[in-house]
Every structure is written in C-alpha cells, then in structure tokens.
Design a protein around this ligand. Structure first.
Ligand SMILES: [Zn+2]
Ligand SMILES: [Zn+2]
Length: 430
C-alpha cells in the first residue's frame, strides 16, 4: 500500500476483549479522526485466589490522543464500561450511550473524581452522531441488561457494524425486541466490516428466550408457601422486573439485599427501566414483619461468592437472614467456569438446612444474554459483510465464530481472527 492509499485506510484496533473475556475496547481510526467503542474491566484471580481488576492497556492511545473524537458505549456491563473512569481521566471527549448506560457510567466516572455531567450524552437509537469522518447510529439488541445497543458506523472506507453483546430474543423481558428490519435496511448498501459477539459461538442452536425464565420463576413464586430467595446478577434489571411483576400478581412483597443490587435498583427506578408495580418493594426490616409466604428476596450470590448474601446465608453468617426448612432458593444465574466448586458448596449447605434449592441444571431459571450459533448466523445473513471480525471471546470462541462466518460464505481471506492490539487495515479497495 503506498502513502496516498494509507490516507484512505480504516484502521480497526481491538485494545481489549479478543482472546479474553472482559476489557472490551476497540479503536476505529481513519485519517485524522478516531473513535473508541467501549472500555471495560476484566477480572482475574491472582495466585492467592484474590480477585484482581484489570483495565485495558491504553498505550496505543498515546500517539493518537489528538485524533480521538468520541467514546461510544454499547451497554452498561462492567466489561464494557468499568474502565471509562480511568480513560476519561486521560482523555476528555464526549461519551455517547443509551439512557441506562449513561446513568451507570456516570457513577463510574464520579468514582474517578471526574465530573461526568458535560461528558456523558444519552441518546436514542435513531439519532445519528457525527464525530469527525464517522457517523454513528445505535441499534437496539437483546442482552442481559436493558438499553443494550449495537453500532452502525459510516466511515469514508465503508460501513462498520459492531454488535456489542447480543442475542436475538423475539420475546425479551423488556418487550422491546431487536428491530431486525431496520438493521437490514441500514445494511442495504453494503457493509465493509461486521464485528460480532463470539461468547457463545461454540454452542449450537438458539439461546432460549427470557419468557421461559419468566414462566418458570412465576410458577416458583406462585407455588411457594414459605420465603423465596432469588440470587442473580446485580445488573439483571429486566429479571428484577419479571420477579416484581410475578410477586405483585400473587400478593407478595419484594426485598432487594446486597449493596450493588440496591444501587442498581435505584438507578433502574430513576431511569424508568424498572417499575415498582404497587409499592411492593420493602426494606429488610419491613420484610421481617411479613408472613413467610408473602416475601421474595432478590439477592447477590448467584456465583456462590463467599461474601455475597446467598454465600453468607448458606454458611449461617449473614447478620440478619437465616434459611429455614421449606424456604425456596433459586440461583437465577449462569455459573461462570471456575466457580462450580463454590456454587456446589452453597447448594449443598443450603440443602442441608432444609431449603429447596433450584438451579439451572434442574430447571431453566436463567438464560444467557449471548446468542448461540444460529443467532450469529442470522446476524451475518442480515448484515452481509465483506469482512468479518469475531470479537468478545476467548481465542477458541473467536475461532468457532470464524468457522460460522466461513460456512456463511465469507471468503477466508476476509475473516480476521486477531488478538488485542493487532491493527486491522481495511479500505474500499481492499
Ligand atoms: Zn454484556
Ligand atoms: Zn460483554
């Protein structure tokens, strides 16, 4: 490529998230402009078993700081927004995201002692944002946190689709399915590059719909004559809503326990992504005054973490809550590889104390937020990209996704299995 061609090259630089779970961050660079997509943390257990928080390596940015026009955030999970605070303490550019993500990221930015108010801009999915030579629009995707978005980015080299984390759920918990027709229309004139979520590329078929979980949790809440504890991820606001709606239907109250959970509930209530149907949310003290068949607790601890609410209850160490014979405990979560032993211990301990413990192996009480092979195929079919970049996954997930792309007819030379900090160069003439 000669020097004048170089000017017309789109550079795609994954800073984090490829060949690993977490630290998702990507730079798109063209001429004198660059934008950043996501900036998340990753967790790693160190040699002593303590959890360490990792931030992406920002070194690539030091040479292009003057080019960076904006940061776009796809959704509010920690692996996408957790390191934004550190980033904005170095680079202050506008941050565009959906409403819920804006509230969650403002909280992160304040923790870094930066005022987020002028930086973070909540936008809707139909609003094109022009930043240098890039024009970006969001498109709604289904995922395990409300207000999750993918990106449609027009650059002088061509269109880039970045899916963010997604699954294709026609009956999602927030009743706002992905607008496949709009995405297809936007891709009508050709897509240079599709960057797509690889987390579940190894798994055949479709991820089950959220409505299956709703149906099953509803039956558990309806049929329980004693207390119900549901442990889940603290950002799973749509799951909270499903539980609130069922509890309301059966005349029960709901109590959230756990600091991160209570914080996200208040953000969800503020943003309108969570509704308390009939003032049925009660605090811990109020919950203790209720008869045992009138209360549902939503707690942290779906991964069997020792210091989570369910972890402490299982070991009889929670200062205020004890499990009693006949209580129902639901682990409404996916067990992250590596946590099987601690989750198993929690299930055993709770069962010994007489609880009826329900988890995914027994009953579908959780579905993933990531699409399986057939949803990934559908994304390729809708966008018909010239080039394909599998993102968001361990190396084996990227490979599995590349095979899916190949089976869909994308030429092998145009499928780019790369890892962090590799620069992918594309042009219209490539
Ligand atoms: Zn996510
Ligand atoms: Zn993610």
């Amino acid at each position: 490529m000669n020097k004048s061609d170089q000017k017309h090259v789109l550079k795609v630089i994954p800073i984090g998230g490829l060949g690993q779970i977490g630290n998702n961050m990507m730079v798109l660079e063209y001429g004198s402009d660059a934008i950043i997509i996501d900036c998340g943390i990753a967790f790693k257990n160190n040699w002593s078993g303590k959890r360490e928080v990792l931030t992406p390596d920002f070194s690539y940015l030091s040479n292009i700081t003057h080019k960076i026009r904006a940061i776009f955030l796809t959704h509010g999970h920690e692996d996408h927004i957790g390191a934004v605070g550190q980033l904005v303490s170095k680079i202050k550019v506008p941050i565009y995201c959906s409403t819920l993500t804006s509230l969650l990221v403002k909280y992160k930015i304040r923790e870094s002692k930066v005022d987020p108010e002028d930086l973070v801009l909540a936008i809707n999915e139909y609003q094109p944002i022009i930043t240098g030579c890039f024009t970006t629009e969001f498109f709604k995707v289904s995922h395990s946190i409300p207000d999750s978005m993918g990106l449609i980015i027009d650059s002088p080299a061509g269109k880039i689709i970045h899916t963010g984390d997604f699954k294709i759920d026609h009956m999602p918990a927030d009743n706002h399915p992905m607008d496949l027709q709009r995405l297809a229309t936007k891709c009508n004139h050709g897509v240079l590059l599709l960057c797509s979520d690889s987390t579940y590329a190894e798994v055949e078929g479709y991820t089950q719909s959220e409505y299956i979980v709703k149906k099953n949790l509803d039956a558990i809440i309806r049929d329980s004559n004693k207390r119900v504890f549901i442990a889940t991820f603290s950002s799973l606001i749509t799951r909270f809503q499903q539980i609130l709606d069922s509890a309301d239907l059966y005349g029960k109250k709901v109590c959230f326990v756990g600091r991160s959970m209570i914080n996200n509930v208040s953000i969800g209530l503020n943003s309108g992504h969570l509704h308390d149907p009939n003032n049925i949310i009660v605090n811990l003290n109020e919950s203790k005054q209720l008869s045992e068949n009138k209360i549902v607790y939503i707690t942290t601890g779906g991964q069997g973490e020792v210091n989570s609410v369910i972890g402490l209850i299982s070991s009889n160490k929670h200062p205020e809550l004890r499990v009693t014979h006949g209580d129902t405990i639901v682990l409404s979560s996916e067990i992250i590889p590596g946590n099987e032993i601690s989750v198993g211990k929690v299930i055993d301990n709770l069962s010994r104390q007489g609880a009826n413990v329900i988890y995914n192996k027994l009953h579908t009480v959780h579905v993933s937020g990531h699409g399986r092979s057939e949803e990934l195929r559908l994304m390729i079919a809708i966008t018909k990209p010239q080039h394909f970049l599998p993102i968001h996954g361990e190396y084996r997930h990227l490979i599995a996704h590349s095979k899916i792309a190949s089976s869909m007819g994308i030429p092998d030379n145009n499928i780019h299995v790369i890892e962090n900090k590799t620069v992918l160069e594309l042009s219209q003439f490539h």
